[in-house]
Structures are given as C-alpha cells and as structure tokens.
Design a protein around this ligand. Sequence first.
Ligand code: GUN
Length: 285
Amino acid sequence: MNLDSKVISGKVLSEEILADIAINVESIKSSAKRVPCLAVVLVGEDPASQVYVRNKKNACIKVGVKSLEYILPAATTQDELLTLINELNQDDTVDGILVQLPLPKHFDSKIVIDTISPYKDVDGFHRYNMGALALKEPNICPCTPHGVMYMLDSLGIDYAGKHAVILGTSNIVGRPMALELINRGTTVTICNSKTKNTPDMVRQADIVVAAVGKPNLVKGDWIKDGAIVIDVGINRLDNGKLCGDIDYASAYDKASHITPVPGGVGPMTIAMLLKNTLFAYTARN
Ligand code: GUN
C-alpha cells in the first residue's frame, strides 16, 4: 500500500480520533464519574459480523469505554431480542446500544432498530436519527458516512459546487452519505443497480463514494482526473485477500486522493462509533 499524500489513511485519522476520545474518557474517570458504556449485541454466527464485533470491543478497551457483549444464538426469537433491547434502554449505566447487522432472516430489522432508544442509537440508524440528518438537524449520525465526512474534511475541501456520485443506496451507507453531502451543499447523484451507464455518471464526479460490495467494480477509466475517490467496500476474494469496490491500482493514477482497503474507511467507522458513544453519554448526563 502506498502511504503517500494522495492516500487518505483511515488508520492514521482514526488513531487521532481514538486518542482524543481516550483523553476525554480519562478525564471523566479522573473526576470519579461513571465511564461511558457501549452494549453490543450479536445474534448468530456470521463470521464477518464476529470480526466486526471483536474490533468494536477492542476499540472500546483501547479508549477506556466500558463494553458489554451479548452474543445470542441464531435461534433467538425477535421477542427475546426486543426484551433485551428494552432492558438496555432502561439501564441508566448503558449509553450506547448496537445490534450488529445483518440479523438472521426471521428478524424484522426495522422493528429491532426502532426499539433501540434514539438517545442510545450509536449507529444512527433509528428513524429519529435518520430523519434528523435528513432535516439538517443531525443528532447521532451513521458511523461510516460520518467517518467519510471526517476524511473529506481533513482535505479541507469546499463542498459547494462539487458533484458527488455515490454508488449504493443502503440505509447504512448510501442514503446517509447522500444526506451528509447534501447538508454541506454538494450536488449529489446516487446510482443503483438499475442506473443507466453508471461509468458515465462516475466520470462526472468530483467525489466518488463506492458502497456496493462488488470487488474492484469501479475502474480507473471511470474516474475524472483529480477526483477524490472513497472506497467503502470491503470484499474478501477467493485468495483470502481484502479488496474494495474500486480497482485501486487504476483509480490511483487518476485520483487526487484515494482511500485504501484495508486501512481506509473501515477504521473510521469504528472511531465514529466510539465518538457517538461519547456523544450519547455526554448528552444523557
Ligand atoms: N453491519 C455492517 N455495518 C454495520 C454498522 O455500521 N452497524 C451495525 N450495527 N451493523 C453493521
């Protein structure tokens, strides 16, 4: 991986954010107050989700945030999960609640997400938090798009007049990403799998955000000279290696700035989760 000035290192930026959070938590601790607490719920045995949950726990430990883990069998009923969420909602010593997605098929994720108190919804997925972002009155913002904004902010760019093209319309990335950029005055196009001539759309973009989960989909000849290229994809190839949705080698030559995979957006998501947990703690106290 090239760690030059073209490369936006999520690893470096996230370390800065986590160091700042650790200082805040340390000062809470030194005033003999309860430290922030994040409850993470994992249902089932999806291997990727197990890795994400472990990484989240390790980040909590690193910054001194208390972490509670609830690892539930895949056969857990929706009622059992909702009961646990309601208990965590009522528990004054819990500041953040995260239910790792995707849930096994027999769950209705919308009901599960909306059962989490919006004040403890550190993923920012609850309709109250999504609605607040849509109204440009952000409360808790979804972690990955918020992490991407932190990366873009680190470049000191002027959003007004820029055209961003987002690939992917998920509730976790594409939609809130569009809202974040719209709120800064960016012109935004969102492409889905039925979009006609996606490469030509991307060729118009000053900022490209790819979040579709298709390995190396976006080629260098889709990228306008000097565009900022953000790769949210994390795909595991048959050879075990990780790659993004952007064909890094060819896009690198065209981009003014580009995020690597791994070490790009991924670590930013976790840093923003901890930031949201501290925010929820501060707001509730
Ligand atoms: N699954 C993939 N990304 C996320 C995330 O940011 N939060 C949760 N809860 N589940 C996810």
